[in-house]
Design a binder for this molecule. Structure first.
Ligand SMILES: NC(=O)c1ccc[n+]([C@@H]2O[C@H](COP(=O)([O-])OP(=O)(O)OC[C@H]3O[C@@H](n4cnc5c(N)ncnc54)[C@H](O)[C@@H]3O)[C@@H](O)[C@H]2O)c1
Ligand SMILES: CC(C)[C@H](C(=O)O)[C@@H](O)C(=O)O
Ligand SMILES: [Mg+2]
Length: 370
């Protein structure tokens, strides 16, 4: 059956890395005989320029009629001074809300071969393999509309951190389900010593944990969690947390994997239509120069094969090809400290395609002798 994939490249390096993911998916389709139908849509700054809105109705419709969505990144200095409703990031927040993509999975794995650019070395990275489960459709990002006011002649602002109990419950359940398939430990990260929302979060975490007696629950305050991720990263299995804490902690944790350009993500809904995007943004500082690392986007495509299409072997083949290329010493600029020893984005994509072809050929030979 044809699998319909909505492709939303967005802005900056989003466009460069999305092309990499599409190339890799075409290669997978070729070897494993799957038909992928790629339909392109506008989002972010480009959509503002062409349609006057960061999330056109046609894009939303395209996504709803697809089996999965791949998104590059949005944003850039060109639109930084726009009013809030005409910011590229608004398109991203809207698509998450409209498709009810409440569970954002951000897997953190250390690659011992990538120590060049990581501040962490050797045994510090051993066994580092955890999953950040970030709530994605609530919290400060979606509270009452932000407000600039005037209090007794002084400029003032309000942002509101808002959660309903059922929204906290469903993200915690998701985390416990995922932990059950992993090492059975959930670290719930909050700021319960200050925030009312975190107090409710903690209560709900305890209630949900009661239903998962085989999974260990620990609570950790977010400031301590930020330190522990650096101090002893292999203590974590599943970290579950609210929207903004998850945003910040995942960029921090990205450095355990060598670069922000390595970190993929899956944004899951309850209705089966999921979106996949790298954790990084549009990186205006390197856009258009062939310096973007396409691996986060390509690994996001692998997550799509796994979570949306249940193509486990194919997803594994992509992850293995990426590993082989890294082991062979090929690096994009973010992954090396040697100023002249790196490959441009397009070549990295070619290397991964070649590694896929090689691995597939070996599999075929083994099949012949089986
Ligand atoms: N999901 C998204 O679309 C998303 C996520 C984060 C930021 N943004 C937007 O992107 C714009 C830039 O934000 P920022 O600079 O704070 O964050 P960013 O993630 O775009 O970049 C942060 C730093 O990491 C580097 N980097 C990021 N991805 C890389 C990759 N694949 N390969 C190599 N280096 C990479 C960049 O060059 C930059 O130095 C802003 O408009 C922001 O709102 C969008
Ligand atoms: C661009 C921004 C709104 C977004 C977020 O904070 O969710 C980004 O940082 C991310 O991590 O996807
Ligand atoms: Mg972020």
């Amino acid at each position: 059956m044809v699998k319909k994939i909505a492709i939303l490249p967005g802005d900056g390096i989003g466009r460069e890395v999305v092309e990499g993911a599409v190339e890799i998916l075409k290669t997978i389709g070729h070897y494993y005989r799957h038909e992928f139908d790629f339909q392109y849509g506008l989002i972010g700054g480009e959509a503002i320029d062409q349609c006057g809105t960061p999330l056109p109705d046609e894009t939303l419709e395209l996504c709803k009629q697809s089996d999965a969505v791949l998104l590059g990144a949005v944003g850039g200095p060109k639109w930084d001074q726009n009013p809030a409703h005409l910011r590229p990031e608004k398109g991203l927040l809207n698509i998450r809300k409209q498709l009810d993509l409440f569970a954002n999975l951000r897997p953190i794995q250390a690659h011992p071969t990538l120590q060049d650019t990581s501040p962490f070395k050797g045994e510090h990275l051993e066994g580092v393999d955890f999953l950040i489960v970030r709530e994605l459709t609530g919290g400060l990002y979606f509270g009452k509309p932000s407000e600039r006011t005037n209090q007794n002649g002084e400029e003032a602002v309000v942002d509101t951190l808002f959660y309903k109990r059922k929204d906290i419950e469903r993200i915690l359940e998701t985390a416990f389900e995922l932990a059950r398939k992993r090492r059975k430990k959930v670290t719930s990260v909050d700021k319960a010593n200050v925030l009312e929302s975190s107090k409710l979060w903690r209560e709900v975490a305890e209630e949900v944990a009661y239903r998962y007696p085989d999974v260990e629950l620990e609570h950790m305050l977010v400031d301590n969690a930020a330190m522990q991720i650096i101090h002893k990263p292999n203590q974590f299995d599943v970290i579950v947390t609210e929207n903004m804490f998850g945003d910040i902690l995942s960029d921090e944790a990205a450095m355990l994997s060598g670069s922000l350009g390595m970190l993929p993500s899956a944004s899951l809904s309850a209705n089966g239509l999921h979106l996949y995007e790298p954790v990084h943004g549009s990186a205006p500082d390197i856009a258009g120069q062939g310096l973007a690392n396409p691996i986060a986007m390509i690994l996001s495509a692998a997550m799509m094969l796994r979570y949306s299409f249940h193509l486990m072997e194919e997803a594994g083949a992509i992850e293995k090809a990426v590993k082989h290329v890294l082991e062979s010493g090929k690096r994009t600029k973010d992954l090396t400290n040697h100023p002249n020893q790196y490959v441009p984005t397009k070549q990295m994509i070619e290397e991964i395609k070649e590694a896929l072809a090689d691995d597939f050929a070996i599999l075929n030979i083994m099949d012949c002798y089986a």
